[in-house]
Write a protein that binds this ligand. Structure first.
Ligand code: ADP
Ligand code: ZN
Ligand code: ZN
Length: 720
């Protein structure tokens, strides 16, 4: 075969494959009906609906269809040869949109809808192409074969002609004049809106040669990549053990196999380093999908992935829906991170969806972390990177007992901060002080919408609710008794920033009040001295070699939450922060201030004892029947009036009935949020599918009852 005919045969085979996957069949009869799921948020609507199938439309096609009295966008979820409706009642779609979805994503959305007790339409809207934007067209100039007649072209015009073909840019008027003379042909061409990547950290000309440990785990990953049905893996490696380099090599292998790669990261703004490392290594075949992109950039990146022009997608949780076909590898970096859980409906967990997608595509899932979740340790085969790449030990961690102290910082901590050139300080509380009350009558300022204390933000002179965003002016006097004496309790990052400034180093504060986290991190990276202070955002994956001191203020703050994951979170926070210190030749150390020096999670983190912590935690979870030894489903009912909520919650309890292998806890009241009273029920079951079905059925029954109008229901499978 010549190269050309081989190319043509390959293209034809690909086309056949593509058509077959989309359900477009060749054999007669051709499916006449497209089953379309309109993308609407209404829970009551039960699609899909039948439409006449336009030529070329298959599963995954995106259409505009007449629906009731309006036109809506819908996705084709199946084809059929006949409809139950009489032919004259079948409508034709108005338009077929340019973008379509890979059929695997349509299937994945269907699975998500039932797995998370949501609707197919809501799940489809998550996997659908970004709405609104179009390809950007710009003028492009080509030379024609015509010869100049009459007046000879000027010097400038000859220069322009010599540059063709090229984008017209600002020379469009001049090129138009040449077009009028027949010397140039102008056309509109799609132009890619390039995403600019920040260069972060040191660039390497060459990939480093792997350490023995990296070589060993990479071999195990590659063996799995070559297996017909790859089993998911957990890459458990201490901070700085070179996990990212392992991901890069695994991605290269998948690309050599002509397969696509998804790299999921917690938050792009906080971890720009990993994006730039992938772009440096693989160039243009990397696309990024995240919320900071403009609509146009998003559109173009999505299109590059859909067309196969880009084969690697790096992004936060929603990148698990990247439209990549022939997927070979999904990496979940920092798999313990809470940002993988989506808080809108469907409340999906990208880690669970990634596992499903990998299985569906026959791809390998690699979840990586220095502090993996007990669930992952229990479920996945573990590969272990025990040491930092540079052979440096993990920094010594000293527990600082705060029980006898006033003030936010222990004197030892203050001294250490004076001596350290660069330090990271973690305090997981925003604002100045965490609640405000009246010294005379005890009146406490709470949110009018939510039953929680308001937090003082001194720089803006406001009291703010961290749940709903409500803000009010700092009171001059007590609204109850008129006293001018207002007490502030506790310290947040804003207050600590003020205290740390006394030490004399520049303080870089990173918390949700900061607009441009990336810029702040770059400024800290470039500074010679300074303190990076912030909430858990400062503990995420940063690699600053010159940080010699890490401080956790109030390490047991996270332990005080009434949540079975409190221990796990506390361990991860301390261990992750410890991982940021002592990455360079200067070495480093970590101070952990706490009121609970004996707490198991804090003591284990101080010993760098992940295995000990995980073993203890898994034992505790098994005894109490918590995940991974059960599955939790949380149902929340909310409405403006408490009575309606109580009735609805009891109705749900009744509708749930007895679920074999499961216990139902509640209904129990929750604090009022955004002006809505709330109550919750928790199903704790051994069989996930059974509990999910029971929850879904109960919601359908109760929400369909007219007596429950005004009550909203939300279902959270695997609440975090
Ligand atoms: P982790 O993700 O496990 O915390 P990183 O992948 O960020 O660790 O690696 C830490 C540092 O070590 C990075 O600066 C990285 O470039 C470097 N590194 C990784 N592997 C090697 C290697 N084999 N040789 C030298 N340096 C390496
Ligand atoms: Zn008062
Ligand atoms: Zn509020």
């Amino acid at each position: 075969m010549t190269d050309d005919s081989r190319q043509a045969a390959k293209a034809a085979a690909q086309e056949r494959h593509h058509r077959a996957r989309r359900g477009v069949r060749h054999a007669w009869p051709v499916p006449l009906i497209a089953k379309v799921e309109p993308i609407t948020t209404a829970r009551a609507l039960r699609g899909p609906f039948d439409y006449l199938r336009p030529e070329g439309v298959g599963v995954g096609s995106v259409l505009v269809v007449p629906f009731g009295h309006r036109d809506v966008v819908g996705v084709v979820v199946a084809l059929a040869e006949a409809s139950e409706l009489p032919e004259e009642r079948l409508a034709a779609p108005r338009r077929v949109l340019d973008h379509d979805l890979p059929p695997e994503l349509v299937e994945l959305a269907g699975w998500m809808a039932s797995e998370y007790c949501s609707t197919p339409a809501r799940a489809l809207s998550l996997v659908s192409p970004p709405p609104g934007a179009r390809a950007k067209l710009t003028w492009w100039a080509n030379a024609t074969s015509a010869r100049a007649e009459g007046r000879p072209p000027t010097q400038r015009q000859r220069e322009l002609l010599a540059q063709l073909p090229r984008a017209a840019g600002s020379d469009l008027p001049a090129l138009r004049r040449l077009e009028a003379r027949g010397l140039v042909m102008l056309e509109r061409r799609p132009t890619r809106r390039r995403v600019r990547h920040e260069a972060v950290g040191a660039r390497r000309a060459q990939p480093p040669s792997l350490t023995g440990d990296q070589t060993r785990v990479l071999a195990q990953i590659e063996a799995e990549l070559h297996a017909p049905a790859p089993q998911p893996l957990l890459l458990h490696g201490v901070t700085g053990s070179g996990k990212t380099e392992v991901y890069l090599r695994a991605a290269a292998t998948a690309l050599e196999q002509q397969r696509g790669v998804i790299i999921l990261v917690p938050e792009i703004a906080l971890t720009p380093q990993i994006v730039s490392r992938f772009v440096d290594r693989f160039g243009d075949t990397v696309a990024v999908l995240h919320s900071k992109l403009s609509a146009g950039e998003r559109h173009d990146e999505w299109t590059r992935l859909r067309s196969g022009a880009a084969r690697v997608c790096v992004g936060p949780r929603s990148a698990v829906f990247a439209p990549i076909e022939r997927l070979g590898l999904i990496v979940l970096d920092e798999e313990h991170d809470s940002s993988y859980k989506h808080e809108g409906d469907p409340r999906y967990d990208a880690r669970h969806v990634a596992a499903r997608r990998a299985e569906q595509a026959g791809a390998l899932l690699v979840a990586g972390s220095a502090t993996p979740r007990p669930e992952s340790v229990h479920a996945l085969r573990r590969l272990w990177l025990p040491a930092r790449v540079d052979g440096r030990p993990l920094p010594p961690v000293q527990i600082v007992d705060m029980r006898e102290q006033s003030g936010a910082l222990h004197p030892d901590t203050s001294h250490a901060l004076v001596d350290a050139a660069k330090a990271i300080v973690l305090l997981n509380r925003r604002g100045w002080s965490n609640f405000v009350d009246c010294r005379s009558c005890g009146h406490a300022w709470t949110c009018p919408q939510c039953d929680v204390a308001l937090v003082l933000h001194r720089a803006q002179a406001t009291l703010a609710c961290h749940h709903c965003g409500h803000r009010e002016q700092v009171p001059a006097r007590c609204s109850e008794c008129g006293s001018m004496s207002v007490a502030r309790h506790g310290a947040g990052t804003e207050r600590l920033e003020h205290d740390l400034a006394q030490i004399g180093h520049e303080v870089f504060r990173l918390d949700a009040d900061v607009r441009d986290a990336g810029l702040l991190l770059r400024r800290f990276e470039q500074a010679r001295r300074g303190i990076l202070l912030g909430t858990q955002m400062v503990a995420k994956g940063h690699d600053f070699p010159d940080v010699t001191l890490g401080v956790v203020v109030d390490a047991d703050g996270t332990l005080r939450f009434p949540d079975f994951r409190a221990e796990e979170r506390t361990f991860a926070l301390v261990a992750q922060l410890a991982g940021r210190a002592g990455r360079g030749p200067g070495g480093g150390r970590v101070l952990v201030q706490t009121l609970a020096p004996e707490a198991a999670s804090i003591a284990a983190a101080a010993r760098h004892d992940a295995d000990g912590f995980l073993a203890g935690e898994l034992g505790r979870r098994e005894a109490l029947r918590y995940p991974p030894f059960s599955h939790l489903i949380r149902i929340v009912c909310s409405a403006p009036a408490a009575q309606a909520v109580g009735e609805a919650a009891r109705a749900i309890r009744t509708a749930l009935g007895d679920i074999p292998g499961a216990t139902v806890l509640g209904p129990a009241p929750l604090f009022r949020l955004r002006g809505r009273e709330r109550a919750q029920l928790v199903i704790k079951g051994s069989e996930r599918a059974r509990s999910v079905r029971a929850a879904g059925a109960a919601i359908t029954t109760v929400s369909g009852d007219r007596a429950r109008r005004g009550v909203a229901f939300s279902v959270d499978v695997d609440p975090q």
